[in-house]
Design a protein around this ligand. Structure first.
Ligand code: 57M
Length: 359
């Protein structure tokens, strides 16, 4: 909105030219998201506490989690608010990708909200069924795939990192591929969100990393120089990534150990889906495996654990999945697990950025 309101004045006051620049808007958009979370956070946490939206803790979990009972949850509402307000303020509202990203964040926010609502407000021990949640997640993800394919005439080639000359064309199959990336990212972030700041920290890392990819993809000269797919208009996604990072940081202020608030499914599902959508828009879909490597490791630990459990009639690979529980049960203090997992996330993100120069 600021872009539309203030940029036109650049003809009279040259300062207003800055509103044209993606770099300038990215910085202030991320600061806006950060400051909204930071300043509204204490009020939001107080409200969640007053409404008794406190976390239910499962009996079978690591013992040290029982002291977390009653920690306010659904803090993701605060993040979604800060993301949408910042996006509306700083992004180009005539850009198709702006609306795709806002839509995905809100749609997954609603799914997560329903799940949290059933658990935290209706006090049902389980929220939506796993199958029900998956079905609901597939709807907006497929819609994004269809919209990109039909309206945006989107490039349906899949970028394979490092091998810049190999990019299989999926044609209309890209709709399913895009939907898969979005749903998988959403669930992987959700599974990771089991220790204080364990998801919000790496969301910041993924946001900053995709900010670089989006800026490069949306800049014809840089994209050509790096030999990556140029996506006209994808630069706006860089602003959105900055917003994700800013909101994540602002939330992390309160979510860091010992957490004053959890994000809830409303936060984890929407942030994950937003990251997946950014990966699709920037044509760095496969790269998400590296950028969001920590989320992938956590999700794989669950897949292997459950698969092995079923195949062997009850034997386990890990003491407990997702992986963070394994290390907790091995006796690592929670902050140690969190910070070490953050370190892994940062290292993987750096490697992913380095691939821009590897071929
Ligand atoms: C949600 N939610 C946390 C909080 C957060 C298939 C199976 C592996 C699924 C998995 C699962 O349900 N994962 C998704 C994980 C929960 O956090 C809430 O949920 C939101 C995110 N969706 O925002 O509102 C708990 O996580 C802890 N937490 C923190 N700090 C935070 O900042 O400490 C969360 C955020 C909170 C709090 O304790 O209550 C969760 O873990 O439930 N299931 C599991 O993760 C379970 N694993 C399991 O059953 N493993 C089995 C098999 C099935 C693989 C095994 O290994 O044998 C564990 N979950 C818990 N306890 N809580 C089991 C033990």
């Amino acid at each position: 909105m600021l872009y539309h309101l203030l940029y036109p004045f650049h003809t009279t006051v040259t300062f207003f030219n800055v509103f044209r620049y993606i770099t300038f808007r990215t910085i202030y958009a991320s600061l806006t998201a950060f400051l909204i979370c930071f300043f509204i956070g204490p009020w939001a946490i107080k409200k969640l506490r007053e409404m008794q939206i406190g976390q239910y803790i499962r009996e079978e979990g690591p013992a040290n989690h029982h002291r977390k009972a009653g920690t306010p949850t659904m803090g993701g509402l605060l993040m979604i608010f800060s993301i949408v307000v910042s996006a509306l303020l700083w992004m180009n509202l005539t850009n198709f990708y702006t609306w795709i990203l806002i839509f995905v964040t809100l749609a997954y926010g609603i799914i997560g909200f329903v799940d949290d609502y059933l658990m935290q407000i209706k006090k049902r021990s389980k929220g939506l069924s796993a199958r029900g949640k998956l079905m609901l997640q597939i709807v907006p993800a497929s819609l994004v795939g269809i919209l990109l394919y039909v309206y945006a005439d989107f490039n349906t080639h899949v970028t394979i990192p490092v091998f810049k000359n190999i990019s299989p064309d999926l044609g209309w199959g890209y709709i399913f591929f895009a939907a898969f990336v979005i749903v998988a990212a959403s669930n992987a972030v959700n599974l990771t969100d089991g220790l204080d700041g364990l998801a919000s920290g790496p969301v910041v890392v993924a946001g900053v990393t995709y900010m670089i990819f989006a800026y490069a993809a949306g800049h014809v000269k840089i994209a050509n120089y790096l030999q990556i797919s140029y996506v006209s208009g994808a630069g706006e996604a860089a602003i959105f990534c900055g917003i994700l990072a800013g909101a994540g940081l602002g939330f992390l202020w309160f979510n860091t150990y010992p957490a004053q608030v959890f994000m809830g499914d409303v936060g984890s599902l929407s942030l994950g889906a937003a990251i997946g959508t950014v990966a699709v828009i920037t044509k760095q879909e496969i790269m998400l495996i590296l950028v969001g490597g920590l989320f992938v490791i956590e999700a794989l630990s669950v897949i292997f654990q459950v698969g092995f459990f079923k195949m062997t009639n009850g034997r386990r690979i890990f003491k407990m999945a997702p992986l963070h529980h394994h290390f907790e049960l091995k006796g690592w203090p929670e902050p140690k697990v969190i910070v070490r997992f953050w370190i892994i996330a940062i290292a993987l993100a750096l490697i992913s950025i380095s691939t821009l120069k590897i071929r």
